[in-house]
Design a binder for this molecule. Structure first.
Ligand code: ADP
Ligand code: MG
Ligand code: MG
Length: 869
């Protein structure tokens, strides 16, 4: 195999092999841009080195050959005493990992060649010694593993209050001696003076830096695979530290915050490498370079245009000016904010650089979701009292409360509350649901609070360690003696992690206002509008909503839902109707049971009428009652205590207790629920079907679809279906009758089940729960964060559909279901329906639609459009 590529041999498509930096250096070289010559050692060589603990046999020879060729072109040899070639050795993986790995500049300097360098620079001794001290400093830190502070401290001691550029040649020469002393002291060896040895050690250090702890952590967070390895770029040095006619800078071809075209960047005179970003001296805005060096500036602007046109996207750039000559040192398609991503994509369409299809691929559902969170008014005055981790984006304002019960209580009175806890646990769930936002003083981005809040789309700041939270005293203290007691208003920004005292004004996102029907008002919203229209025009997947109320249904419709994919009926049995359900369960005679059902039916019917009206003739999939019965009955412990402490318990209470005991289940999720309940309580499903049928009859154009939950075998479905079909015929209404596929057995016997089902909807919450054997209500807090840390999965299977396991079951069910019934209509209604990666999966396996919560509908529409390209 070939392990080394000259910059002239590569191109931008070889990122796997040459890393992003190497591939783009090659691309720029081939575009004829001024790139210092060099070569790239492949990621394959790195993988070999990391696996075997030593470089491949032929690597040294291959590197030597390319070095010789480089020396030939440059007309000088690496580290040659009287006229040295110097090189940099730079890391560069496929995915950019900013600042995570290592780079060493000025390789080839030693006690002899430093004089040669000074001579080469026309007697500029200061420059030569400055380069030499930088080499020892960088090499000492990254290759030899010496604590960088030792060098920094020595530099500070010489500098005093002056800047590094104020040091003269003599001082820098003495600093080099000090640095060499540090190396000797820390490693027991002299600084390696052989240039080739320097290069070899630096290359291996770059390989090793792939597995540095911070690089591992970064990869885990960014979901970059751990086995890619990094490439190594060896490149002739150019010098921004010659003097004031030289310098180094970074630039963007557009504003990465807004997408606006222009000159964005920073420049630092008489500086090298990282100096610009390291903040050692104040940089100047890039526009001012025009005044300092018009020729280089004009050339840079010209090259920025070349790059934008060539990459057809925003690029970021590293450059250096050496005595009036501009050199390009790096470019890549740059990171940007969510807002800029949309603006840039449509700007590029207008410039004729990309098509609308491409524009749709340039943005993501996650970016769109970010644009939909409300935000704090930037202009408003704020008093910041702490900063924690930005666990779940959004802006929330409310009264601080310190317990779940209090949160529920105040929210019930219509107050906005922020739940403040040291950390949350599953017992806080009710409070988290009731609160506008969640603030914790402990725990990271995978803590219970963070994971659950993100799942609920609720604003959360976690791990604000400056805060001292006292639950018993119902207050917290912040630095500077600020005390916030229960009931005082705070504001938390889940996008930045900031905590403010008092109420910071919140503004609705303009993008949500647009989805609600407002005309596109600014550039961003116009961009979103164009991209959404194009995504809608191209997508094959339908998008429906999970909605249980007329209000949710109406919002879903405005957001573009083409129907309801999941209308849950269980909440329709809560509140005042609970009593009727209790009667139903406790009924000792058929007459009593029928009376309870008769009382429930008109209430159910009016629920459905509202929803059918809101959906204006679009299909509505109604799931018959699903949750375990005990959810409608009093808590066993509470009831036992009440009866035990009561002087004269009523007969009714005794009967209730007996029933609650009888129905108590160790494992309700695997108990009497869904179709099982429908089969056990006579008349329950029939009552629901009748309510649906009569409601449909009343709303012209209504399109009900009746969905039976938790089916595991076709026999269950058949008996329920027969009755449903009979009732529909009696009322004279047409409706599809289908089932959820949410038990593994249903998926595996889908061929049989399709005999009795006109549609399938994959209930991937339960399907995931049962396939993995994870209780969704329990595991997320307890061990998922540990699993994520260990990399057992990169993302919770409840968040992104597990293609290998759960996805496999879905594929089987799709194939076998359609084999039995070719026109079988297929959808998904779990939380996954609004998750970008899962939407792509649904497209790939050929489902007809995804259904998700109303707020996720735009995300699903966009991702469905992207999946179709
Ligand atoms: P990172 O990936 O962390 O940005 P780089 O490999 O880009 O690290 O290098 C760090 C700094 O050194 C950058 O500012 C880069 O422009 C500069 N640099 C790298 N190679 C050279 C070179 N041959 N001549 C001059 N400067 C260089
Ligand atoms: Mg760089
Ligand atoms: Mg379910």
């Amino acid at each position: 195999a070939k392990y080394v590529y000259d910059f002239t041999e590569g191109n931008r498509n070889l990122k796997d092999l040459l890393g992003g930096k190497g591939a783009n250096l090659a691309e720029m070289t081939n575009l004829g841009l001024p790139v210092p010559p060099g070569f790239t050692i492949t990621t394959e060589a790195c993988r070999h080195y990391l696996a075997e603990g030593a470089v491949h046999d032929g690597l040294d020879r291959e590197v030597a050959e390319h070095l010789e060729a480089l020396e030939g072109r440059m007309g000088r040899k690496l580290g040659q005493a009287d006229d040295p070639l110097l090189v940099s050795v730079r890391s560069g993986a496929k995915f950019s990992m900013p600042g995570m790995m290592e780079t060493v500049l000025n390789i080839g300097l030693n006690d002899e060649s430093v004089h040669g360098l000074a001579k080469q620079a026309g007697g500029n001794e200061r420059f030569a010694w400055d380069s030499y001290r930088r080499l020892i400093q960088m090499f000492g830190k990254t290759v030899l593993g010496i604590d960088g502070d030792l060098f920094e401290d020595a530099l500070d001691a010489v500098k005093g209050r002056r800047q590094d550029t104020d040091l003269d040649a003599g001082e820098l020469q003495r600093l080099v001696e000090t640095y060499k002393g540090i190396v000797r002291e820390q490693t027991g060896k002299d600084f390696p003076s052989d240039p080739r040895e320097q290069m070899r050690l630096a290359i291996n250090a770059v390989f090793d830096s792939w597995n540095a702890p911070r690089a591992i952590l970064y990869r885990r967070q960014e979901r970059i695979p751990a086995d890619l390895g990094t490439a190594v770029n060896v490149m002739a040095m150019v010098f921004g530290n010659y003097g004031d006619d030289s310098g180094t800078g970074v630039a963007f071809t557009r504003d990465p915050g807004t997408g606006r075209q222009g000159i964005y960047g920073d420049y630092l005179q008489n500086a090298q490498g990282e100096d610009v970003v390291a903040g050692i001296r104040n940089t100047i805005p890039l526009e001012e370079l025009e005044r300092l060096d018009k020729t280089s500036y004009d050339e840079l602007v010209r090259i920025m245009e070349v790059l934008e046109t060539h990459y057809r996207d925003l690029c970021d750039i590293e450059f250096t000016i050496e005595r009036g000559k501009l050199w390009m040192l790096q470019t890549r398609v740059g990171k940007r904010t969510a807002a800029a991503a949309f603006c840039i994509a449509t700007q590029l369409v207008d410039q004729g650089l990309i098509t609308l299809d491409e524009a749709v691929t340039r943005v993501t559902g996650d970016q769109l979701a970010k644009l939909m969170f409300p935000r704090f008014d930037h202009g408003a005055e704020k008093k910041r009292i702490a900063k924690g981790m930005n666990a779940s984006p959004g802006a929330a304002v409310g009264k601080a409360v310190f317990s779940s019960e209090r949160a529920v209580e105040l929210a019930g009175q219509g107050e906005d509350v922020i739940l403040v806890r040291r950390e949350t646990n599953p017992d806080d769930l009710a409070g988290m649901i009731a609160a506008r936002g969640i603030l914790t003083s402990r725990g990271g981005k995978t803590s219970h609070a963070a994971v659950v809040a993100r799942g609920m789309g609720k604003t959360c700041v976690c791990g604000a360690e400056e805060l001292e939270v006292s639950t018993s005293e119902r207050r917290f203290t912040a630095p500077g003696g600020v005390v916030v007691a229960e009931g005082e208003v705070i504001s938390i920004d889940g996008t930045t992690g900031e905590v403010f005292l008092g109420e910071v004004p919140v503004v609705a996102s303009a993008v949500v206002e647009y989805f609600e029907g407002a005309e596109p008002a600014d550039e961003l919203v116009r961009a979103v509008d164009r991209i959404m229209r194009h995504a809608d025009a191209g997508r094959r997947l339908g998008v429906r909503a999970n909605a249980d109320t007329p209000e949710d249904a109406a919002r879903a419709r405005r957001f573009g839902a083409q129907g309801i994919g999941l209308c849950r009926t269980e909440h329709m049995f809560l509140g005042e109707r609970r009593q009727l359900v209790e009667d139903l369960v406790l009924a000792s005679t058929d007459e009593r049971r029928q009376a309870a059902l008769d009382a429930l039916e008109p209430l159910q019917k009016s629920d459905f009428v509202g929803i059918f009206q809101a959906m204006e003739g679009a299909p509505v999939t109604i799931r018959l009652i699903d949750p375990p019965l005990h959810e409608f009955l009093p808590d066993l412990t509470d009831l036992s205590v009440r009866i035990a402490t009561s002087e004269t318990p009523s007969d009714k209470d005794r009967a209730l207790l007996a029933a609650v005991k009888r129905l108590h289940e160790q494992n309700p999720m695997l108990g009497l629920r869904g179709v099982r309940l429908g089969l056990v309580i006579p008349g329950l499903f029939a009552m629901q079907v009748r309510a649906i049928a009569h409601a449909a009859k009343e709303v012209p154009g209504a399109r009900p679809e009746i969905m039976i939950p938790l089916v595991a075998t076709v026999q269950e479905l058949e008996s329920v279906r027969e009755e449903a079909v009979r009732i529909l015929a009696e009322v004279g209404v047409e409706a599809l009758v289908g089932t959820m596929i949410e038990t593994p057995r249903a998926a595996l016997t889908a061929g049989q089940i399709a005999e009795a089902a006109e549609f399938f909807s994959f209930g991937t919450n339960d399907l995931t729960q049962m396939t993995w054997g994870f209780s969704r209500d329990d595991v997320e807090a307890e061990f998922f964060s540990r699993y994520l840390e260990l990399g057992i999965f990169g993302v919770s299977p409840f968040e992104t559909l597990d293609r290998e396991g759960v996805g496999r079951l879905i594929e089987i069910a799709v194939q076998e279901g359609r084999a039995t019934r070719p026109g079988l209509h297929l959808g998904i209604c779990g939380e996954h329906g609004g998750d970008p990666d899962s939407v792509h999966f649904c497209h790939e396996v050929g489902l007809d639609y995804v259904s998700c919560s109303p707020f996720r509908i735009p995300v699903a529409r966009l991702e469905a459009g992207r999946a179709a390209l």
